[in-house]
Design a protein. Structure first.
Length: 386
């Protein structure tokens, strides 16, 4: 397979865009992405697009993208894989280019779920991504389902609710300077621990805000990458892992096997190990997901995630900064755009232009978990040689 690089990246703020529809957000993300291409790009250079979207209140997603960007001749493939949608769209576009079918492709993700007209759509997603025989009828939507996992983890591991609060405090602090983040304010440990309970052990500050937004990447084959930039960010590995949907079928509630499988695939493809990662964007829809994912991604030993957090390694300035963008917790979570937005952040990190720049970052990892825990996607990126 041919090597594939990201040559452009851009996104809208993740926010409550009450005055903007998805047809407005898509061109905004694409325009910033195209403007970031060092040597320029035209729409005629694009040969295909992969559109990550859980769904839209405006109708057929692929047609909406073609219409919104004025590209009716561009073949568009819609990707939907719960909260792993964005990084799975990157994975699919990578294979389309690496195979030789295309040289240049657009990856774009978007969702709009904060307006009144689409609240029903949000509940449709909750039903669509859960087991309908037991989990959904019992009320195991996202907060309750993940709370089961994290409560069991806190029972078996030497971690506490204070560690969840530390992740919330860290990610809020990272998000303060990010102009694309939705919750740009710091919180204290006391605030995090005293917040109203959503689903024990999660308080309000353990939960990411659902948001509207769009994010875009332009990928190019190694044969043509020099036309667009002298500083490409290479996609070195991708992985997609699955697990049982029904909670009753899960053998161990203290780990997410989908993440373990996706990470194994991505690291094998990249020829890298977890020790090679300099910076990561890790799924933190709830703070406990980030904590458990330290272990599932190979950053910490079994039940040693709290030690990694306590060491300060996951802070910007630490040995393995996690979520320097603020993560889903501070930046927001429009599901189709989230994984693509993670790659936008890492594109900037690896080119030395990020808001919370990690010194010397060369290898980066993006991770999403969804379905609610039945699918995970991992992308590994490598920065330019300079």
């Amino acid at each position: 397979m041919r090597s594939v690089a990201v040559v452009g990246a851009g996104m809208t703020p993740f926010a409550e865009h009450f005055a903007l529809g998805i047809k407005d957000l898509l061109p905004m993300a694409f325009a910033e992405c195209a403007a970031s291409v060092d040597k320029g790009i035209t729409t005629s250079d694009l040969q295909a697009a992969w559109f990550g979207a859980m769904g839209t209140p405006d109708g057929f997603p692929s047609g909406i993208l073609a219409d919104a960007l004025g590209l009716p001749d561009l073949p568009v493939t819609r990707v939907e894989n719960s909260c792993a949608t964005g990084n799975d769209a990157v994975r699919n576009a990578l294979f389309g280019i690496a195979s030789g079918a295309y040289d240049v492709a657009l990856v774009i993700g978007a969702d709009k779920i904060r307006e009144t007209a689409s609240k029903d759509l949000l509940w449709e997603w909750e039903a669509m991504t859960r087991d309908m025989a037991w989990d959904y009828p019992l009320g195991l939507i996202a907060p309750a389902g993940f709370a089961l996992h994290v409560a069991r983890y806190l029972h078996e591991a030497p971690a506490t609710r204070e560690h969840l609060a530390r992740i919330a405090v860290k990610n809020h602090r990272h998000g303060v300077g990010n102009p694309k983040a939705r919750l740009r304010f710091e919180i204290t440990m006391e605030q995090a621990l005293a917040a109203p309970i959503v689903a024990d052990p999660f308080g309000v500050y353990d939960c990411a805000p659902q948001s509207d937004g769009a994010a875009a990447l332009i990928l190019a084959a190694e044969d043509v990458v020099d036309r667009y930039t002298d500083r490409p960010v290479w996609v070195r590995g991708v992985g997609l892992g699955l697990d049982s949907v029904m909670h009753q079928h899960k053998r161990d509630m203290t780990t997410f096997p989908a993440t373990v499988r996706a990470a194994r695939q991505a690291f094998t493809m990249a020829g890298r190990t977890p020790a090679d990662i300099d910076v990561a964007e890790v799924h933190d829809f709830f703070t406990g997901i980030e904590l458990i994912s330290y272990e599932d991604l190979g950053f910490a030993d079994r039940f040693a995630a709290a030690e990694l957090l306590d060491s300060g390694a996951t802070e910007v300035g630490g040995s393995l900064p996690i979520n320097p963008s603020g993560g889903l917790k501070s930046k927001g979570h429009p599901p189709g755009a989230t994984g693509v937005g993670q790659c936008v952040e890492l594109f900037e990190q690896l080119r030395g232009t990020a808001v919370n720049q990690v010194d010397g970052a060369r290898i980066a990892l993006a991770h999403n978990l969804g379905g609610p825990t039945a699918v995970a996607a991992v992308t590994i990126l490598e920065g330019p040689d300079d």
